[in-house]
Design a protein around this ligand. Structure first.
Ligand SMILES: [Zn+2]
Length: 63
């Protein structure tokens, strides 16, 4: 996952220079622990992190 970055606003993982979910360009390569959300409606952790869309997210962002 070397080229993948996490959005600092919504934690979404992307290989683009801009977050496709919230449009933020504030991305970081310093993230840990991939969270895959398949069904945000039923995922307690997705609710806790305010994740509404399925996809891949960073559980930890270092800066
Ligand atoms: Zn985002």
């Amino acid at each position: 996952m070397a080229d993948y970055k996490a959005c600092k606003s919504c934690r979404y993982i992307t290989d683009k220079s801009e977050c496709p979910v919230c449009g933020s360009k504030d991305l970081t390569a310093k993230w840990n622990r991939l969270l895959i959300v398949i069904d945000p409606e039923r995922s307690e952790i997705a609710k806790k992190l305010n994740i509404a869309l399925k996809g891949e997210y960073a559980l930890e962002i270092q800066e």
